[in-house]
Design a protein around this ligand. Sequence first.
Ligand code: ADP
Ligand code: ZN
Length: 604
Amino acid sequence: MSKKFKRPPLPTKGPNAVWVLLFFLGLGVAYLFWYNSINRDVEHVSYSKLLDQVAQDQIKSIAVQDYTAQGKYRDGRVFNANVAPTERFWSALFDHKVDVEVFPPEKQSWGSMFFLALLPLIFLMLFFYFRQNQGGGGGGGAGKIFSVGKSKAKLFAANQISITFKDVAGVQDAKEDLKEIVDFLKNPAKFERLGAKIPRGVLLSGAPGNGKTLLAKAVAGEASCPFFSISGSDFVEVFVGVGASRVRDLFAQARRQAPCIVFIDEIDAVGRHRGAGLGGGNDEREQTLNQLLTEMDGFSTEHGNVIVLAATNRPDVLDKALLRPGRFDRIIEVPYPDVASRKEILHVHARSVKLAESVDLGKIARGTPGFSGADLANLINEAALLASKLDCEAIEIMHFESARDKILVGGEHKTLMFTKEEKAMTAYHEAGHSLLNLLLPATDPFHKVTIMPRGQTLGVSWSLPEGDKTSQTKTQFTSHIVVALGGLLAEKLVFNEQTAGVSSDLQKASAIARKMVRNFGMSSLGPINYGATYDSFSGKTSERIDAEVEKIISDCYDQGNKLLVENRDKLNLLAQTLIEKETLHAAEVYELLGIPPRETHSLQ
Ligand code: ADP
Ligand code: ZN
């Protein structure tokens, strides 16, 4: 594929737009001056005074148009007045021999009317002109006012991108997953030969500043292909249809550059599930979203090799249609960096500054839980600024400390930075889930455990679902419940206390238990499917169902508690290691606890 780089066609009329606006404004201002100058020496009199003056024979002539009048006194001065053109008025004028002229209404200062009519239009144009220029960044600003339907995407040619995976520290899992996309972009023929499904869209999910944009760019850098970058909010405009046309324009450009990457930041701005917004403006967003879906479906058949990477902090609000196969069917988590990743990120950004020898980046990494990659980059920068302000030879640890405090005060990290106690509590909570997951035979294979904040919940212990859910047994269901209760159990066992963070765990446990009783005949109520709604059974049955659910939960609770008490040493070891390392992968946990890895299902 040729790497020839064509700039997106810029509107050629560019600077003219400004001149046109200035011309109109100038015209308006000139008119106002002219209008004022010819009226400058005119005296304004009230209607009653005018009538008096008429009675006193002071008025020589008068010209009336509608309710306004201009005239001359006998001494030559001119005046104007607002008048009520009544019978009395006219007869007074005629009685006193005033020279009267009457104009038809339309002739009234058409110039000012024209200008006034134009004024809102001019303001509207100015408004858009400035708005477009504000967030602009690249490209020929002024022309954009005449190109509302053109995409605002920034295009980086392949040779403009120097970022590769080496520049993205940590996020090992994400990089691993994205390598496949790089492979595909580099050698699509290989994939097509084997009939492999070609990736279309990948969703990068994680809090701001953790490197989603950086990763997307690195994919383009690794594959050395062009990179289009746009934010979801750039699509949405007040004019209905503009967003959709921008999407169309963007993909038309992208296809011309294929193979290439289209990166849509903040996709939730367009991708919120339809019919969710309040009031107006919704139509526009829905049209934009529909166009995006159409484009993604379109190029799966006609033109390949355009891969859409999108970033969001709120995958939960996205329209499900976006996540269907052939669209954004892969979600890659870009979490807050754990302690090891934080150290790596600090190393990457410390390359360009001078550190004192005593500075231990590992120590700084340990002292910055809850910091995003961007915060860490900022930390180095702030420390460097401070050191140079104080005329130091190199950046010392105290500079880092002040910089950290500054960032903590300014940022929203107070909620993310936990205290020692919170960190310990979270570690035991997650360790509780994980340990029970490992000890029980009928659970999903263990994947990893972390106490790093991720989205709305604090820590998570992940396991991968195995097989399809309809084949689950009663033992599997109860095991799931025990694992879900593990967080709460550990908190109570170790701290004799519990956090509100268990609410979603309990919800999950109760939902499983209820299903077992109501739908799967897995209780002493016997093999009856009571359906999903309350009208399918009597109030008395409902009470019995509740009682059975309670029994299942309480049995599971006892079972989990017993296991944790028996394995308290393992719980402590796991929790303490989590406090130190923040994230542990399955292999590390197996080794740490001396639990043999569960045999995974083999295809042979
Ligand atoms: P996001 O798109 O997730 O909001 P960005 O990719 O824009 O985050 O990251 C902002 C900046 O933070 C980057 O330009 C980089 O300097 C720094 N950064 C974030 N994550 C990392 C990382 N994993 N490695 C190195 N730098 C990072
Ligand atoms: Zn939990």
